[in-house]
Design a protein around this ligand. Structure first.
Ligand SMILES: *[C@@H]1O[C@H](CO)[C@@H](O)[C@H](O)[C@H]1NC(C)=O
Ligand SMILES: *[C@@H]1O[C@H](CO)[C@@H](O)[C@H](O)[C@H]1NC(C)=O
Ligand SMILES: *[C@@H]1O[C@H](CO)[C@@H](O)[C@H](O)[C@H]1NC(C)=O
Ligand SMILES: *[C@@H]1O[C@H](CO)[C@@H](O)[C@H](O)[C@H]1NC(C)=O
Length: 185
């Protein structure tokens, strides 16, 4: 018992020394990589049959039909249930749904914050992957966090590099999501 706790004390001491000396643990090699696409069709008053996302919050003076016309949509909040595809074709059979929300969070440029889960239930993948992070939309490649997962992706951790693969005005955008996991089980 005494020997064990001695060891524990020594271990903690080594830890503290490492931390103090600015030692950083090297990132492990990625254990899994996959690229998926999702398609967001925002409701605009005319496309109810096709829309997969809708505004649920808007700043004072704006409405829930169209994105706020000023301040780069600042304050608009949308909820989505978007199809996920293996390639960049809107017509491809979906392999799951991207479910979550985004809101516009900067007045002086286009920027949003994303929180969503990929719910996958196909022959390729079964399980969920949950993401969150800042999305500076005008930057070509943005990294967001993979904060967890279930099923095939149980306890997943890593990053996802997202890029806007296509967009049509305020109604449609397609995100390419390159998921790199550093923890897999
Ligand atoms: C919502 O706002 C847009 C842009 O200001 C406007 O064209 C539209 O008529 C408004 N809709 C409603 C229902 O007020
Ligand atoms: C996944 O798909 C199968 C086959 O269509 C279905 O039986 C099952 O309930 C689905 N699971 C979930 C979690 O949606
Ligand atoms: C649904 O929206 C997508 C993306 O804007 C578009 O390509 C497609 O033609 C639309 N479908 C219908 C039936 O309007
Ligand atoms: C996905 O991201 C990883 C890590 O940044 C990179 O090595 C890989 O080439 C990317 N894959 C694709 C298909 O872009």
């Amino acid at each position: 018992m005494a020997i064990k706790s001695n060891r524990a004390v020594r271990f903690c001491f080594v830890w503290l020394l490492l931390l103090q000396s600015g030692f950083v643990f090297p990132l492990p090699q990625p254990c899994r990589n996959l690229v998926l696409y999702f398609h967001d069709v925002l409701y605009n008053g005319f496309n109810a049959h096709n829309a997969t996302s809708t505004l649920v919050g808007a700043p004072q003076g704006a409405n829930l039909t169209l994105l706020a016309g000023k301040d780069n949509h600042f304050g608009d909040l949308a909820v989505f249930d978007d199809p996920i595809t293996l390639d960049n074709n809107f017509q491809s059979p979906p392999v799951g749904r991207a479910q979550g929300f985004y809101f516009y969070d900067m007045k002086n440029t286009f920027s949003s914050w994303l929180g969503f889960t990929f719910v996958l239930n196909s022959t390729d993948y079964k399980g969920t992957i949950t993401f969150s992070g800042a999305d500076p939309i005008l930057t070509k490649y943005r990294d967001i966090s993979v904060v967890g997962g279930t099923g095939d992706f149980i306890m997943a951790r890593g990053i996802a590099t997202i890029s806007t693969d296509a967009y049509e005005g305020d109604v449609y955008f397609r995100l390419r999501v390159n998921i790199t996991l550093y923890e897999c089980y």
